[in-house]
Each structure stands twice: as structure tokens, then as C-alpha cells.
Write a protein that binds this ligand. Structure first.
Ligand code: CMC
Length: 391
């Protein structure tokens, strides 16, 4: 029974109760399990934030140690997975490869699907926390024709991600603190964001009791789109285009305002934040610090700042409450670390992984019903079939 109302894009429709992430879009507040994003970005490391999101509390030293050890024991990936990677063209977008490999992983870990007990759930979680960074790094090594790397279990979680991406044959990998801290902060800032498009996807796919990896693979596909995680790649491409066009920011502001032009200012606007995106504030500051520390001057940072300052004064953007979002400055940091543009959304996925896992786990523990929205039918009424020769 009941009357179906429609809410395209679910702008005002809640899909669940959740105890993971608190967000106040008017005030620009973001908290994971009650801890402010500012404090976590400053003081925590990514693995403890992952634990916090997934299990609800900051880990004790012993709990963190066990989590780390359990992950490291699962850091191998079946050799046959390489054949699947080999089958992709070198030009394949890393997000498509990552989503496919994550799905393929199910065949090599069939036990990860049946998660009836908390222990089985924990095992699946540890497996994917371990193997996902290996696969993510492989998508980049493939494009660069580098031999695959399984990482080094003596390194920390984030250092290891960097090592697996950047190690070179016959060269000892040297961890770099500036790089590691920058990555750690970015991953923390991306770790969860309540019921965004990819997270809702993970929850809805998981609600059919498809396994964790299948749900994550679907989440990766959702994240890929330029209106969501793909925006970080689109921002740098936009800034490069503006640079190539003589740095004419006003022209692009006008294009974004023109309703007959499909162009949008990438990295601007947010469904929930209507004042500022607290993540963008931290990332802007971090971009300046990281570039300063690495002694890099990137003209694109000046273009980004110029674009933002013009937009923030412009009636069109002010009236619609459009502000720089998390993706506006993140790409500038990624590329200062030598990460190729097409890998930016993969970096987002690496950060979002614990959030997706936490949301999937919460959905299963709460025994949520299968996700199945209703519709209002606007098609044809009943009519009779006409044979093909009579049409
Ligand atoms: N440039 C120009 N106009 C915009 C922009 C933009 N970036 N974003 C929104 N608008 C306009 C939009 O045209 C509409 O105008 P009007 O009321 O005259 O029709 C109004 O602002 C409201 O926009 P909306 O599309 O109805 O808002 P939404 O909540 O459906 O979309 C959004 C949110 C993030 C998809 C959108 O702002 C957008 O496309 N931004 C650019 C892509 C982007 O940066 N995405 C990353 C989002 S943050 C992190 C993540 O999810 O990865």
C-alpha cells in the first residue's frame, strides 16, 4: 500500500540509518564516528581511520597491530590474476581495470562471498584491504609496462601503496616522509562520505547479499563517473585546457554559467555542502604545503586559485551555493607526487575503500532489506500486439 512519491536523485530521501559518518552541509561539518575530519587528517594515520570507520572505535595498539598483521598475511594475489590484467589493452582506463579485477578476485576467493558470521565478514574485509592496493598499483604499472610489485610487508599500509606504484626493478625503494604524509592525509579525507553515489551503490548491491567484492566492484564503477570521483581527473584536464587557452579563467566561468553549454566547473558544487566543503579547505592548504616542501611550482595551482576566487565572487555561483569541493585541489597534490592523471580516481577509490567496507558491514549487521526503489509508471496503457508484417 501507500502512495509512491518520486525524488529523482534522492535529494531528500534517506535510505538508511547509519552510525558511521556525520555530515552537516550548512555548517561544513564532517565527522567519522564522532571525530572531526580536521583532527583525523592532522593526527591519525589511514589504517587506524580505516579501523575506526569499519569497527566503530579507534583501535588500541594491540588491535591495530593485529589488523595490520592480518592484512599483511593476505597481501598476495593469485598469479592467475596477472593473466586477466594481461588481457587488457595498455590504454585501458585504470578504473575499468580495477573494477574488473576486483570482481575477478571473487573467483579466486570464493569463501569471501558467504559472510554469515562476523568472523567470515572479518576475513573478507582483511582480504580486500590487503589485495585492493596491490590491484590498484598494478593498473598503473601495466600502463607504464613495469613488472608487477606485491609490496613489502615491512612498510606501513600507505608507504606500501606508494612502493607498489613507484618501485623500479633493481632499485631499492626509499620511503619519503613528505610523500607519505601527503598521501595519508588525502586517503583519510576520502575515506567516507555517508550515502554518496558509490556508497549507496555498494549498499544496494550488497543488500541482495551479493558478496563484499561484487559490491565494491559496483562501487568503483559508480565512483568512476565525472560527476563523482572522476571529477578529480576532470579538474586537472580542465585546468590544463585553461592554461593552454592562455589562462583565460573568465571565459571558462562564463561557459559554466551558460545554460546552453554543457560545460560545468569541475570540482565545484556539492549535493550536500552549501557553505564550504571542509575537505577542500584542508586539501587547499595541504597542496600549498606539499608543493612548497617538494620545491615544485605548478602554474595550474595559480589557475585553480584564480578560478576559485572569481567564482566565489560571482552571482551565479553565490546564488547556487557552489564552492570548491574535495576534488578541486586534490589532483594538484597527486600530480606533484608524480601520480598520472588517469590514476587520480583510483587514488580516491583507495581512500574510499574502508568507507565502502564500513557501510556494507553496517548494512549487513543491521539486516537491512533488499534495496528496491519504487517508480511512477508514465508509459503506454494496455494495447494489443501487432504482428511484424502488419506494423
Ligand atoms: N558548474 C556550473 N554550474 C553548476 C555546477 C558546476 N560545477 N554545479 C552545479 N551547478 C548548477 C546547476 O546547473 C544548477 O543550476 P540551475 O539551478 O540553474 O539549474 C544548480 O547549480 C544546482 O545543481 P544540480 O546539478 O541540481 O546539483 P546536484 O546536487 O544534482 O549536483 C554535483 C551536484 C556535484 C553533481 C554538481 O555540482 C556538479 O556536477 N559538479 C561538478 C562535478 C564535481 O565536481 N563533482 C564532484 C563532487 S564532490 C566529490 C565526489 O563526489 O567525488
Amino acid at each position: 500500500g501507500g502512495v509512491t512519491t518520486i525524488d529523482p536523485g534522492y535529494k531528500n530521501t534517506g535510505s538508511c540509518e547509519s552510525g558511521i559518518t556525520f555530515l552537516d552541509g550548512e555548517k561544513g561539518i564532517l565527522r567519522y564516528r564522532g571525530y572531526s575530519i580536521e583532527e583525523l587528517a592532522e593526527k591519525a594515520d589511514f589504517l587506524e581511520v580505516a579501523y575506526l570507520l569499519i569497527f566503530g572505535e579507534l583501535p588500541t595498539a594491540a588491535q591495530l597491530n593485529k589488523f595490520d598483521k592480518d592484512i599483511k598475511e593476505e597481501s598476495h594475489v593469485d598469479e592467475d590474476m596477472k593473466k586477466i590484467l594481461d588481457g587488457f589493452p595498455k590504454s585501458a582506463h585504470p578504473m575499468g581495470v580495477l573494477s574488473s579485477l576486483t570482481s575477478a578476485l571473487i573467483a579466486f576467493n570464493p569463501g569471501s562471498v558467504d559472510v554469515a558470521s562476523e568472523e567470515a565478514m572479518y576475513n573478507a574485509i582483511v582480504k580486500i584491504m590487503a589485495k585492493f592496493p596491490v590491484l590498484a598499483a598494478w593498473t598503473m604499472r601495466k600502463r607504464k609496462s613495469l613488472p608487477l610489485d606485491y609490496g613489502d610487508n615491512s612498510l606501513g599500509y600507505v608507504e606500501n601503496i606508494h612502493k607498489m606504484m613507484f618501485s623500479r626493478p633493481n632499485k631499492t625503494y626509499e620511503p619519503n616522509r613528505i610523500v607519505n604524509d601527503a598521501l595519508d592525509k588525502l586517503l583519510i579525507l576520502h575515506a567516507d562520505h555517508e550515502q554518496n553515489c558509490s556508497t549507496s551503490t555498494v549498499r544496494i548491491v550488497g543488500s541482495s547479499h551479493a558478496g563484499l567484492f561484487a559490491s565494491l566492484s559496483a562501487g568503483i564503477s559508480a565512483l568512476w563517473g565525472p560527476l563523482h570521483g572522476g571529477a578529480n581527473q576532470a579538474v586537472i584536464e580542465m585546468l590544463e585546457a585553461i592554461k593552454a587557452d592562455g589562462g583565460d579563467t573568465a571565459k571558462y566561468i562564463n561557459k559554466a554559467k551558460d545554460k546552453d553549454d554543457p560545460f560545468r566547473l569541475m570540482g565545484f558544487g556539492h549535493r550536500v555542502y552549501k557553505n564550504f566543503d571542509p575537505r577542500a579547505k584542508i586539501i587547499k592548504k595541504s597542496a600549498e604545503e606539499v608543493l612548497g616542501n617538494l620545491g615544485i611550482e605548478d602554474p595550474v595551482l595559480d589557475i585553480a586559485k584564480g578560478l576559485a576566487s572569481v567564482a566565489l565572487e560571482d552571482d551565479y555561483f553565490v546564488k547556487r551555493k557552489l564552492y570548491p569541493n574535495v576534488d578541486f585541489y586534490s589532483g594538484i597534490i597527486y600530480r606533484s607526487l608524480g601520480i598520472p592523471t588517469e590514476m587520480f580516481t583510483v587514488m580516491f577509490a583507495l581512500g574510499r575503500l574502508p568507507g565502502w567496507i564500513a557501510q556494507w558491514r553496517e548494512m549487513r549487521l543491521r539486516k537491512e532489506p533488499i534495496g528496491r526503489p519504487r517508480q511512477i509508471y508514465v508509459g503506454e496503457n494496455l494495447r494489443s500486439f501487432v504482428k511484424v508484417e502488419d506494423r
